[in-house]
Every structure is written in structure tokens, then in C-alpha cells.
Design a protein around this ligand. Structure first.
Ligand SMILES: Nc1ncnc2c1ncn2[C@@H]1O[C@H](COP(=O)(O)OP(=O)(O)OP(=O)(O)O)[C@@H](O)[C@H]1O
Ligand SMILES: [Mg+2]
Length: 500
């Protein structure tokens, strides 16, 4: 039997980048193929060609045993190819149901073509249920968390009866239970004969769900792993072409206790709870919890984006008054936010502009922004973080997802923070680059910075943190010291079982 999909010798060039160079990939019916590779390896580009977003410069696409041309997104849909994009593709103002059926709304009233809202709602509900998503179809998308919005995207693909579903980092904004549910859905789809191309930087997920693994490196095929040979180590060496030594680095042990203190913080979202914690200078305090536990809201309150109702913040024994992000930055407190598309990055601006924006002060003498200084800072950061870009003047929207995330981090790392809050710092970042980012966080800590790291990746929280705070529904349910670290201990606290 011929495979459902065959991509043959695909080549794609963007200005200054050969994104894909003679890449081939095949997928059988009901097969789950994982596509792996470092940031910028060409995974999303290959999928966008399949999804009709980009056109290949050379190569062929065979679907169901015959050559096809996919000129636009609608063309892919007609063939039965569903696409869940790496960056969310939903419209905030519309309801959940309207998003699921966007462009395919069932109508009634004959030539009047009135949209059958009830049917949309009923049908959407069925897909939402299948994904275990407990929200009303009438809810406007903007009221949902990032995780829930991602699930809506998946419901949309399911409703299209796709024969092949492309998932480009579907779990990067989901956590534990949502991720488990999604992986179960992938297995379910495959059992029902639907093929899945699964892109993820979370190798554990791939070990769990993939029938076969295909690796890309620098826009070329770098090898495959068949069922039974898929392992973490093998995937890493296919992707980066070498073994990875220590992913996590321990601190140098010197800490200034209670350097940064938060006491009785009440946020607008959960006014009934008070949050108190402290971070030593030189310490990385991890914040674990389920999606919606209130970690990002807490971060926003500390950073002054969403002023807290009450609470004291002290830095180095000095009380601080923070009414705005400006006050926080003045005091040396920074937040690297989780949602890079909304708050972290201005995609129309260049890599240089994005990196130096927050720190203009450091680059300007009097009123003049020293352009050469700016370029130098940006170049340095691009180099340290290995951002894959043709140059510092490239617009960030042309970078791969993981490289955009690195630019966001570069922006904050180029300043001189006293306290820095990283909200999901390595979302969508490849293993090699993760190691670099953990290294940089550790360097900052070793220079005496107090670091708060909010993370939904269990492995990361356990590996990187010196101490862990766990949140549940807006309050801290417990702290864990290194000796107490375990997945189970975190889970218990995350679902609200307080420490004895
Ligand atoms: N629209 C575009 N214009 C110019 N260059 C682009 C465009 N899209 C992608 N590129 C470049 O093509 C290369 C491959 O990018 P791609 O997004 O496919 O990587 P990826 O493997 O999906 O990475 P990640 O894991 O970070 O998502 C990168 O160097 C990227 O900068
Ligand atoms: Mg990508």
C-alpha cells in the first residue's frame, strides 16, 4: 500500500535563508510521525508548504497515491489536511463555536444562507467534549486561557474530518492534564485511521506517541528512527549532531537570604488569597502549578502591569512602591512574559529593535540613541543565545518560533536585572538552546540576581530550580526544597493538597 502522504525533494528558499534543502517525508495511513529538529531547522516551513501557506521552490507532494498541488490553505482542507499552527490562529472576538466552524458555517433558510448558530453550538460542543474541554461553545475566545484556545484549534481540526492532522507544537501552551488528554487524542485519531504529523520539542511526548521519528537539521533530512528505536538520546543526537552533556547546572551555593520579598500580595483576579514568598539573591525559585493556578497573574501584579490590590514588596530590605511596569523596571525587576506574540515581541520590528527596546537607557547618551551601541548589544545577544537569523535587522516575524522566544529572552538578559521573573522561558525551544538558556539563568543567579521561574514543564521545574513553590487556584500550597523534589510532591500540591 502506498503511503498516504509523500513529500519528495522539497526545497524552499527565503531571502537569505535556504530553509529546506531536498527534504523528503512520507506518512502512512493512521501513522503518527514525529518531526523533530532544532529551532529553525525547517519543520514549520515544511508543514506550511503541505498546508498551502507557502509554495515550494522545487519538489513534489503526493497525497493518496497521486501528485497534488496545494496552492492555498483551502486547497489543503479540501484534500483533508488539517493544520494546528505553532502560533495561535484563532480570532479573539468570536465565540468558541464560531472559531471551530469559521468559514464553514452551516446555514439554513435556503438562499438566505443564515448561519445556523444552534447547530454550530451543538456540533462544537461534541468536539469540545471529545477533548475533555469543559467550556460553553458561546464563550468568547478572549475569555479563555492560552491552553484552552489551543484546544479550540484542535477541535477545529477534528471537526474538519481531516485524514491527516499536522500538529505544530500543540502542547507548548498546555500542561500536564491537558497534554495527557491531547496525547490520548493523538492515539485515538491514529486508531481511527487518521494520520498525524507531530512536531514537539518535548521529547517525552514523542517517545509516548510516535510510530516513527523524522529529524531535520539545517533544512535537510538528518535521519529517522523506527518504532522501537525511539529514545531521548538518539533523538537529541539526530537533531543536534552530538551528545548533550549536562542540561542542568547547580548553583555556586552563595545566596543572600530574603533578598526579594513579597508579602500578602492580593491580585484583582483572586482577591480572596494572599501570596507571600521570598527569593534569595543567587537563587532560582521555580513556580509549578496547573494552567490557571494564578502564576502569571501573580507575575503581572509584581511587575506592575496589573497593580495588586494589596501587598508589600521589598528588595534588599527596601520597601518598593510599584504602580506600573515602569516602576518595576526602574527598581531592577523584570518580567519575561509567557505570551510572546502579545506582550513579549513586536513582530513587525527587527531583532535589534526588539532586543534593545526595553533597555534604551543603556544605549543612549543624552537624547541620542547610539545606533552602533544598539547594534553591538543586539549582535552580542544573538551570538550568546545562538539566535538563528540572517542578521540583526531581520524582522522577528520571519524567525522560527523558538528563535522568536530567544529574542524575547535576549531583550531581558541584555539589561542588568536584580530580580527577574521568567514566565515559561523555554516554551517552544529546542533541547540544545534550553541548555544554553538554563546556563544563562544560572549565570545571572551566580551574579546575585534573584530568579523566579514559572514553568509548566515538570522536567524543567525539577531540573532547574533550587527551590519550588507550588500554586493552586491563586494560592501557594507549599514549598519544596531540593531534598523534597519529586513529581508526585508537586502534583499533590498542584491539585490543592496542602503540605502537612
Ligand atoms: N516567512 C519567512 N521569511 C523568511 N524566512 C523565514 C520565514 N519563515 C521561516 N523562515 C526561516 O526559515 C528557517 C526555518 O524556519 P522554521 O520556522 O521552519 O523552523 P522550525 O524548525 O519550525 O523551528 P522552531 O522549532 O523554532 O519552530 C529559519 O531560518 C527561519 O528564520
Ligand atoms: Mg516551528
Amino acid at each position: 500500500m502506498s503511503p498516504l502522504l509523500e513529500l519528495k525533494h522539497i526545497t524552499k528558499r527565503f531571502p537569505g535563508v535556504l530553509a529546506l534543502d531536498d527534504v523528503s517525508l512520507s506518512v502512512g495511513s493512521g501513522e503518527v510521525v514525529a518531526l523533530i529538529g532544532e529551532n529553525g531547522a525547517g519543520k514549520s516551513t515544511l508543514m506550511k508548504i503541505l498546508g498551502g501557506v507557502h509554495q515550494a521552490d522545487a519538489g513534489e507532494i503526493w497525497f493518496d497515491g497521486r501528485p497534488v498541488t496545494i496552492r492555498h490553505v483551502a486547497g489543503a482542507l479540501v484534500l483533508g489536511i488539517g493544520f494546528i499552527h505553532q502560533e495561535l490562529n484563532v480570532l479573539d472576538n468570536l465565540s468558541v463555536a464560531a472559531n471551530v466552524f469559521m468559514g464553514r458555517e452551516p446555514t439554513w433558510g435556503g438562499p438566505l444562507r443564515l448561519i445556523d448558530r444552534q447547530k454550530i453550538a451543538r456540533d462544537s460542543e461534541q468536539y469540545l467534549k471529545r477533548l475533555g474541554l469543559n467550556i460553553s461553545p458561546g464563550t468568547p475566545l478572549r475569555e479563555l486561557s492560552l491552553a484552552q484556545q489551543q484546544m479550540v484549534e484542535i477541535a477545529k481540526a477534528l471537526s474538519q474530518n481531516a485524514r491527516l492532522i499536522i500538529m505544530d507544537e500543540p502542547t507548548s501552551s498546555l500542561t500536564l492534564s491537558e497534554t495527557e488528554r491531547l496525547l490520548a487524542t493523538v492515539c485515538d485519531l491514529s486508531e481511527n485511521g487518521v494520520s498525524v504529523i507531530y512536531i514537539s520539542h518535548r521529547l517525552g511526548e514523542i517517545e509516548f506517541c510516535a510510530d516513527r521519528v523524522v529529524a531535520l537539521r539545517d533544512g535537510r533530512n538528518a535521519g529517522e528512527l523506527q518504532t522501537g528505536e525511539v529514545s531521548h538520546t538518539k533523538m537529541v543526537s539526530l537533531m543536534i549532531g552530538r551528545k548533550l552533556e549536562d542540561l542542568y547546572v547547580r548553583g555556586n551555593g552563595s545566596q543572600r537570604p530574603r533578598y526579594f520579598e513579597v508579602e500578602g500580595l492580593r491580585t484583582r483576579y483572586r482577591p480572596q488569597h494572599k501570596i507571600s514568598f521570598d527569593v534569595a539573591g543567587g537563587e532560582i525559585l521555580g513556580f509549578a502549578g496547573l494552567v490557571g493556578a494564578g502564576r502569571s497573574e501573580m507575575a503581572q501584579a509584581i511587575f506592575g502591569v496589573d497593580a495588586p490590590l494589596e501587598g508589600k514588596i521589598r528588595l534588599d530590605d527596601q520597601p518598593l512602591v510599584i504602580h506600573s511596569a515602569h516602576d518595576a523596571i526602574e527598581a531592577g525587576i523584570y518580567l519575561a512574559p509567557e505570551d510572546r506574540r502579545r506582550t513579549g515581541l513586536i513582530t513587525e520590528m527587527s531583532v535589534r529593535e526588539n532586543i534593545t527596546m526595553a533597555g534604551l537607557k543603556h544605549c543612549s547618551t543624552w537624547w541620542l540613541i547610539r545606533a552602533d551601541r544598539e547594534t553591538e548589544v543586539a549582535r552580542q545577544q544573538v551570538e550568546t543565545l545562538h539566535v538563528k537569523t540572517p542578521g540583526v535587522e531581520t524582522k522577528t516575524m520571519d524567525l522560527s518560533g523558538g528563535n522568536q522566544q530567544k529574542v524575547v529572552l535576549a531583550k531581558w538578559l541584555s539589561l542588568e536585572p536584580k530580580v527577574i521573573i521568567f514566565d515559561e522561558p523555554t516554551r517552544g525551544i529546542d533541547v540544545g538552546a534550553k541548555a544554553e538558556i538554563y546556563g544563562l539563568m544560572r549565570d545571572l543567579a551566580n551574579r546575585g540576581v534573584a530568579i523566579v521561574m514559572i514553568s509548566s514543564e515538570m522536567e524543567e521545574v525539577l531540573g532547574v530550580s533550587d527551590r519550588i513553590a507550588v500554586m493552586h487556584e491563586g494560592e501557594i500550597t507549599g514549598f519544596l526544597t531540593r531534598e523534597e523534589f519529586s513529581e508526585q510532591a508537586i502534583m499533590n500540591l498542584a491539585v490543592g493538597r496542602k503540605a502537612a
